[in-house]
Design a protein around this ligand. Structure first.
Ligand code: AMP
Length: 220
């Protein structure tokens, strides 16, 4: 990947697999995955003020207000390990966040190289939601049917306990989809108009989606 092409966004609805793909690409390219959802979950686990504030919104499946989210991601992107690039997963989720991201990147003299939109039909997303499980220690994600751990309920990586995210329960998932449609999906046109949007079919095996994303990135 060329030097100037290292800031990538993975865009997609809840359960589209963008986090899984971001983690793979991050390993492959040696650039950090910056997941706003993970940053919030870390803050909640550590009971920071930001975490306590964010939890109210996350538990309902609503978006955390832009100013809180933007401040948190900005601080993360300004850390040394992001100098060479980052894979953004779950951010931006609103037009004001996308505009703020432009400013953050311009401030360090870089720009976005590509936005990869991972498309998955809604009925598939609902099925995925019910089976997702997360490691309490490291945040690694599994799916009971599509990507199960070797031993039931236990993380392959570090033996941590697997749990279902509160916001993966059916009522909250429905709200998260509605919020995605209303607030996040306009970003698809926003980035298409800029000529940096690439669409990938997310309704395939994890390896197949990864191959398609790699093709996009390698062609940049
Ligand atoms: P995720 O792990 O990306 O599915 O995010 C989990 C939850 O964190 C979302 O449902 C939101 O409540 C919150 N969240 C994550 N990223 C953002 C964002 N960019 N803007 C606002 N809220 C966010």
């Amino acid at each position: 990947m060329p030097e100037e092409s290292r800031f990538l966004i993975l865009l997609g609805p809840p359960m589209s697999g963008k986090g899984t793909q971001a983690a793979r690409l991050s390993q492959l390219f040696g650039i950090p995955q910056v997941s706003s959802g993970d940053l919030f979950r870390d803050n909640i686990k550590n009971q920071t003020n930001l975490g306590l504030e964010a939890k109210k919104y996350i538990d309902r499946g609503d978006l955390v207000p832009d100013e809180v989210t933007i401040g948190m991601v900005k601080e993360r992107l300004h850390r040394e390990d992001c100098l060479g690039g980052a894979l953004l997963d779950g951010f931006p989720r609103t037009i004001p966040q996308a505009e703020a991201l432009d400013d953050i990147l311009a401030g360090v003299g870089v720009s976005l190289s590509a936005v990869i939109s991972v498309a998955v039909p809604e009925d598939v997303l609902v099925e995925r939601a019910s089976g997702r499980r997360i490691c309490r220690n490291c945040g690694q994600s599994y799916h009971l049917k599509f990507d199960p751990p070797k031993e039931s309920g236990i993380c392959d990586e570090d033996g941590g306990e697997l749990y279902q995210r509160e916001d993966d329960k059916p009522e909250t998932v429905r709200n998260r989809f509605a919020v995605y449609q209303a607030q996040t999906s306009p970003l698809i046109e926003f980035y298409r108009a800029r000529g940096i949007l690439h669409e990938v079919n997310g309704d395939q095996l994890i390896d197949e989606v990864a191959d398609d994303i790699l093709q996009v990135v390698n062609a940049l």
